[in-house]
Design a protein around this ligand. Structure first.
Ligand code: 5AD
Ligand code: SF4
Ligand code: FES
Length: 365
């Protein structure tokens, strides 16, 4: 089927999505043009900034792809102090970022739950309610999710990593900490606990097929996700998956495929928030800008104190590593200006998709 014909359709089936994911050359340009139009029409040419605070690189898990997995004994572990977290949050307030993201390796237990609760309350106080807070702290119980929601978090990011349960099991250890069903259950729990829910996948994993990626997009649509962050898989030497590096596409191909995924997702889910992820910039120096031009509308500048960047490396070549938040901020401003997008300072930038569902729900009551 002709690309132009597919692009003129209101809704896309699996075959059409797969065809768009493979688009190259002039066909790819048509796809990107359409995605840019849809973005402008539904979410405008705005970019929302979310200051990313990498709370801790301690993690109880052993995902085969990740540089901060528990069994990686080669890195130093850290935990930001509350003061460091609050200072970073304050930086975001001063810079008029609409929101921040608290991300950490996966930890569990009452101590951790309480710590996050406490931080959420303090951030609410310090920002006078002006900051939206997103959490990215892995799989937890419904009760923990709810406690954090009640303490002030309103969005949660939990990537499904891949919607293919077999592939999921292949890139994780076979134990009770790494179950596909648990991941899906958590996404459902987050929804019922009240959050705007974000998920995402890695693109170009060993053993991953175009069919898998097509299904990833359909999965996001089926679970009616509000936000997505996805990017290329990047091999890390200190991880078990490194063994399969010969099976990988070139980095350039993984990058192109990631852009196609973002563009297609924008066509399929027109009013969600889509992040232009840092991993894109690990391959292409202007990777994040390119993603903004084909459908993405969120960027997460790293505002973690710079001395910790070196040891929060999920993958190699992480960009902006060691840059002070202030410097990265000005650098990003210039970069974003070149894309024809405008930074939406002082706006929360809630997912419009979530807002519409929420309104419908209230109207039903
Ligand atoms: N390459 C790309 N992304 C990775 N992540 C973890 N390790 C890697 C890697 N090697 C992503 C996962 C996780 C998120 C926090 O970082 O998708 O959910
Ligand atoms: Fe831990 Fe997340 Fe890395 Fe898995 S991907 S090892 S849960 S930090
Ligand atoms: Fe971070 Fe340039 S975008 S230093």
């Amino acid at each position: 089927m002709e690309i132009a014909e597919i692009l003129s359709k209101e809704s896309l089936d699996a075959k059409e999505i797969a065809c768009l994911l493979k688009a190259a050359g002039s066909e790819k340009e048509l796809l990107y043009e359409k995605a840019a139009q849809v973005k402008e029409m539904h979410v405008q040419n705005k970019v929302y900034l979310r200051g990313l605070i990498e709370l801790s690189n301690q993690c109880k898990k052993n995902c085969f792809y990740c540089g901060i997995r528990k069994d990686n004994k080669l890195i130093k572990r850290y935990n930001l102090s509350d003061e460091e977290v609050l200072n970073a949050a304050y930086f975001a307030v001063e810079k008029h970022y609409g929101s921040i993201v608290l991300q950490s390796g996966e930890l569990e237990g009452e101590g951790f739950t309480k710590r996050i609760e406490n931080l959420l309350r303090k951030i609410r106080e310090l920002s006078d309610g002006k900051l939206r807070v997103t959490l990215s702290c892995g799989e937890q119980s419904w009760k923990t999710y709810r406690r954090w929601f009640e303490s002030g978090a309103s969005r949660y990011l939990l990537r499904i990593e891949t919607s293919n349960a077999d592939l999921y099991q292949r890139i994780h250890p076979d134990d009770q900490h790494h179950r596909f069903e648990t991941r899906v259950r958590c996404l459902e729990d987050l929804r019922s606990a009240g959050y705007q829910v974000g998920t995402g996948v890695m693109i170009g994993l060993p053993f991953q097929t175009f069919e898998d990626l097509t299904n990833d997009i359909l999965f996001m649509k089926r679970i009616d996700i509000d936000m997505v962050g996805m990017g290329p898989y990047l091999e890390h030497q200190q991880t078990p998956l490194y063994e399969f590096r010969d099976l990988l596409m070139t980095k350039e191909d993984r990058f192109q495929l990631s852009l196609n995924m973002i563009a297609v997702l924008r066509l399929v889910m027109k009013d969600i928030n889509i992040a232009s992820t840092t991993a894109l910039q690990a391959i292409d120096p202007t990777g994040r800008e390119k993603a903004l031009m084909v459908g993405a509308n969120v960027i997460m500048p790293n505002i973690t104190p710079e001395q910790y960047h070196e040891v929060y490396k999920l993958y190699e070549n992480k960009p902006c590593s060691g840059e002070r938040a202030e410097d990265c901020h000005s650098c990003l401003e210039t970069r974003i200006a070149r894309t024809g997008n405008e930074i939406a300072y002082g706006e929360w930038g809630d997912s419009l998709h979530f807002g519409k569902k929420d309104k419908e729900k209230k109207a039903e009551v």
